[in-house]
Ligand binder design. Sequence first.
Ligand code: ATP
Ligand code: MG
Length: 248
Amino acid sequence: MQVIAFISGKGGVGKTTLAANTAVALAQRKQRVLLIDLDPQNVQRLHLGMDPDEIAGLIREGISSAGLFDSPFGISFIPFGRVSETELEQFEMELKIHPHWLSDGIESLGGNFFDFVILDTPPGSSVYLHQALQAAHRALVTVLADAASYATIPWIFSLVEEYTAGRPDFIGMNLLINQMPTHGKLGHKVRTALYTDYAHQLVPVAIHRDSNVSQALAFERPVLEYEPGCKASLDIQYLADWLLDSTE
Ligand SMILES: Nc1ncnc2c1ncn2[C@@H]1O[C@H](COP(=O)(O)OP(=O)(O)OP(=O)(O)O)[C@@H](O)[C@H]1O
Ligand SMILES: [Mg+2]
């Protein structure tokens, strides 16, 4: 089983979108996949067309086989759940006290139950990111090829190093560029800087900016199901193949 965390320094870069679609792409490749929404925004469910009222979620059910939903797209899913401010505060306090809450929960499902566990996290440093990094075998740092994303990379890399230090089962972190290409002089400069400064960490595919991605979300479907042949879908499939190849 491999646990992959989608993380970022800056918000709105596409973690939730890419986590959902990578999970679906891996399931299409006959992998048993669990997707966990670790973000209190609780929006991952929208990519999977799940009814918000039917959802108990991570906080109330924890990580257990009883709390798993079968999504219509072939993956198992644990939503964050809709909770009150008080519940959220209590939960976050608990996570601080038990830094291995998530990794213990995933382990309790049994090592052979899933081939991949995909984690979606909130942007920046948080108790959720720390939990995710304690559990992950691989971190996919999602970035846009813009100056703001670029500026956060050293900081997020050092966080990953801090939380995964000394873990022999941690494969490594990779940079995943989303919403390419970026136009203009500055965009070109940042892209060049990404390719030269982080050549060894770059995932060998960048995800195209593609209007089908937001249209798919409006229909509450993964773009892979909404428009399988569009540019973004093809890139995500390449990403899934790369993850499979580099796991073997
Ligand atoms: N490749 C893409 N092409 C076009 N639009 C995209 C692409 N990837 C993501 N988007 C759009 O960008 C917006 C942000 O995406 P998403 O919610 O996945 O980001 P996020 O990193 O999870 O955000 P947050 O940090 O708030 O959790 C959404 O409207 C999504 O539809
Ligand atoms: Mg998100």
